[in-house]
Design a protein around this ligand. Structure first.
Ligand code: CO8
Length: 261
């Protein structure tokens, strides 16, 4: 079979071996809850085994969002131990995507915030639509990026820009994301999928084993040892009053008041 359907994820493959993996939770802007992470894991198991799939394009359902982050309702229940554990589990899925033997392209079709930006950054190449928006708003929730963002953002945009983005939590639009190195290309919403498939076809003219080796060798030069630190600090922040205030404020649709406790 060339397609897979899970509660929150759809996978369809065309005759050229290009799969479209759609995160399908549009009413929550495709926010990453445990179900989405499980379903993504299943999808990558499937893609790994499927000889007819040569490349994957990940995108978000609907017109508004790629992925608007980790599910804040689910986040709000985390404590030190489950926070560290959840961070480490997501990190290992995203590391698997980064190291995947077949190319993975993110088609960023709107908001890529928090965990959504981190998912896009774990992919090998990122193509955006004109309405793509990147941001790491975790500090506004009393948190830090916990799915590899503290490691991969500096690799893509440099340390100074990464510091600015993570410490301010501000969003940047497609054009700035492209200038900064977060997006490889930006296209109109109507053309983006076709253009991404053209890029995929260019890649797929080449030797599959050379592609796998390229991914592996490029990643070897960027091996980072900050992931464990990120998960530990993420877990520690889950114990603070500011984290409870930050996540409650989002869910109650009000501004957070931080005390530093
Ligand atoms: N989690 C849960 N629900 C969400 C999320 C989210 N991240 N984002 C949006 N939603 C929901 C909204 O609550 C709303 O639901 P409902 O209709 O039931 O009220 C629905 O999606 C639509 O969203 P909005 O009405 O807010 O749409 P707007 O167009 O007004 O705003 C925004 C769009 C700006 C994207 C806004 O939704 C927003 O700010 N979302 C949250 C963004 C955010 O802070 N994301 C980062 C989360 S933190 C994170 O990702 C940590 C990653 C590391 C985790 C590591 C270990 C667990």
């Amino acid at each position: 079979s060339t397609s897979l359907e899970r509660e929150t994820v759809l996978l369809e493959t065309d005759d050229n071996g290009i799969s479209i993996l759609t995160i399908n939770r549009p009413d929550k802007l495709n926010a990453l809850n445990k179900q989405v992470l499980d379903d993504l894991g299943d999808a990558f198991d499937f893609i790994e085994k499927a000889d007819h799939i040569h490349l994957t394009i990940i995108t978000g359902a609907g017109e508004k969002a790629f992925v608007a982050g980790a599910d804040i309702k689910e986040l709000s229940t985390l404590d030190k131990q489950s926070g560290e554990q959840t961070s480490a589990t997501g990190q290992s899925l995203f590391n698997r995507i980064e190291q995947f033997s077949k190319p993975v392209i993110a088609l960023v079709n709107g908001y890529a915030l928090g965990g959504g930006a981190e998912l896009a950054m774990a992919c090998h190449i990122r193509v955006g639509t004109e309405n793509a928006v990147f941001g790491l708003p975790e500090v506004s929730l009393g948190l830090i990026p916990g799915y590899g963002g503290t490691q991969r953002l500096p690799q893509l945009v440099g340390k100074g820009k990464a510091m600015e983005m993570i410490l301010t939590g501000k969003q940047i639009k497609a054009e700035e994301a492209q200038k900064s190195g977060l997006l490889n290309a930006v296209h109109s919403t109507e053309n983006a999928l076709e253009k991404t498939k053209e890029l995929a076809s260019q890649i797929l003219k080449n030797s599959p084993q050379a592609l796998t080796a390229s991914i592996s060798a490029i990643n070897a030069g960027f091996r980072s040892n900050g992931f464990a630190k990120e998960a530990t600090l993420f877990g520690r922040l889950c114990e603070t009053d500011d984290f409870k205030e930050g996540t409650s404020a989002f869910l109650e649709k009000r501004k957070a008041k931080f005390t530093g406790n």
